[in-house]
Design a protein. Structure first.
Length: 340
């Protein structure tokens, strides 16, 4: 039987599906790109890219920006996120947390348990990501200063400590704080510092406000995992709070994001076009409404990431609100450049 080579259009369709759903298409893993898009869970990268772009656009109105440094730093945090996903899967498999009936292996193929890659290939992927980030860190240290190491190594530490022994921050209710610090001050602050050599309070404030959104996604994911994590002794924040309070906290984080943006605009820590993000309020209202209703007993038709339910809702809201924030900041940066 002769195998028909895939057309470029077919490959793009497979890549798009894998990126959107973290799952291979119905045809299966059609090539290496599809495989690694699934293995690295690349579909969640928009949250990291948004952190980087917030820093880029805030730096755009500063003086003396080193744009090569900014570019390297954004590439660095994206690679670090890929490494984080691979490290988490490896650590959770090693400690016995990830099993065939745990959500990680249900909403998408688990890299090792599904046979997509071997443990050696996963380790190779982690090593490659870390080597690339090491090269970027050393370059930025040379081009800027040693404070760059604080951002890079701080991010690496939190990435490792999230799931790996002995700390396993996720297991003791500190994983959510880990994400808040990583996607906020470390990512946004690190990229901004790499480009400008400074880290003013408005940047840190804006970083923390945005980080509420990625943290809401993790909260939703941990609510999804409550039936599994509680009995297994993984005491995430939703396990400690209980489902009702955890969902309320998740909703409060989403609302607090908008309150934070408005407050920062009011004190002129953010430019007024950042308010474009409020155009995501209709989606917020629908998301909050969904959070007030019970989880459906069965997945909707053509829903590839079951048993996740609360996390995807929070992710779609995060992507919309973050994207609109980027548009607002970009409009301000362009206007500032035109004004000279």
């Amino acid at each position: 039987m002769t195998t028909v080579p895939l057309s470029l259009a077919d490959r793009f369709a497979a890549w798009r599906y894998a990126f959107r759903t973290t799952n291979p298409p119905e045809a299966g893993v059609v090539d290496g790109v599809t495989r690694w898009l699934v293995v690295t869970r690349a579909g969640v990268l928009p949250m990291t890219l948004t952190s980087g772009l917030i820093a880029v656009l805030l730096a755009a109105t500063a003086t003396g920006v080193d744009w090569l440094n900014v570019t390297l730093a954004v590439v660095g945090i994206v690679i670090a996120h890929l490494a984080n996903n691979l490290m988490n899967d490896l650590a959770d498999t090693e400690v016995g947390n990830d099993t065939a009936d745990y959500p990680r292996a249900l909403y998408a193929p688990h890299p090792i348990l599904s046979g997509l890659v071997t443990k050696r290939q996963l380790l190779t992927g982690i090593a490659l990501c870390q080597l690339l980030d090491l090269a970027i860190m050393l370059t930025l240290i040379w081009r800027r200063d040693w404070w760059i190491a604080g951002f890079a190594l701080g991010g690496l530490f939190l990435s490792w400590a999230y799931t790996a022994p002995p700390l396993r921050l996720k297991k003791i209710g500190l994983g959510e704080l880990d994400v808040l610090l990583t996607w906020g001050p470390l990512m946004v602050g690190g990229v901004y510092y790499a480009g400008t050599g400074a880290l003013p309070w408005p940047v840190l404030a804006a970083a923390t406000v945005y980080a509420l959104l990625p943290t809401s996604v993790l909260m939703g994911k941990h609510v999804d995992k409550l039936p599994y994590d509680g009995p297994a002794g993984t005491r995430t924040l939703p396990v400690l709070l209980g489902e009702g309070r955890a969902k309320a906290v998740t909703q409060a984080m989403m609302i607090a994001y908008y309150a934070g943006v408005v407050a920062l605009v009011a004190v002129r820590a953010l430019p007024w076009p950042a308010l474009l993000t409020v155009l995501a309020l209709p989606l917020l209202v629908r998301t909050l409404g969904a959070y007030r209703r019970p989880r459906p007993a069965q997945p909707p038709p053509d829903y590839p990431i079951w048993p996740l339910w609360w996390a995807p809702l929070a992710f779609l809201h995060t992507r919309r609100a973050g994207g609109l924030l980027i548009l607002g900041l970009a409009a301000w940066a362009i206007w500032a450049a035109i004004r000279g």
